[in-house]
Design a protein around this ligand. Sequence first.
Ligand code: G3P
Ligand code: CA
Length: 239
Amino acid sequence: MRIYAHRGCSGTHPENTLAAFKAAAELPITGVEIDVHLTIDGEIVVIHDEKVNRTTDGKGYIKDMTLSEVKKLDAGSWFSEEWAAEKIPTLDEVFDIFQDTNHRLNIELKTDVFPYVGLVDKVLEKAKKRGFSDRILISSFNHEDVQTVCHKKTVESAILTLDVYVDVYDYARVVGTNRIHLSLPASFRRMATDALYKGAIVYVYTVNKLEYAQQLQQIGIHGIFTDFPEKMLAGLESP
Ligand code: G3P
Ligand code: CA
């Protein structure tokens, strides 16, 4: 079962920071999951929320800020003073960390609240320029964007869904993928195993208890997103 560090090693480091990604780059896991938004001056930045309020010392929406404004924020102190020097990274800076490793990057397009016009093309162009096209997996709760990525046929893409539903595999096929990223509660429903049986590649978020990861491994789930990848590595048999 594939292990992805969710927002980097976010259980032990401030989420979506270079510190969290450097820690993940040291581990023999499949890869990392990151969240991307677009600044007002068109830069791709890595942060989970639309607003900077929860994970920095600033206030406001990423969409209303320039990269220069974003870079002034402290993205680590909210987690621990130890990480006060952490900034909100750009996608380029994350690529730098994984340039010489074999890790894969699951890039979640956070386009389900604000559409961030042009973000899909910008991410694909940057990945191509940096030589990451065959190491990225795009996902989104915005399935129109997943469909756009699928139609381009240049990188892998997955639908993200909070809930599983009847024929979710057939729905994913209509979007253009056989990859489904499911929430943990949804993954234990019979419809999840039905999708697996039909041929879906199913990853589950966010799995932080080892016993859940073990159960998911037993039912044939292909991958998990976890805030504690070291714990999963230590506890799962041949992950
Ligand atoms: O990509 C899996 C997971 O990260 C989706 O939910 O809210 O953690 O971005 P969220
Ligand atoms: Ca995410």
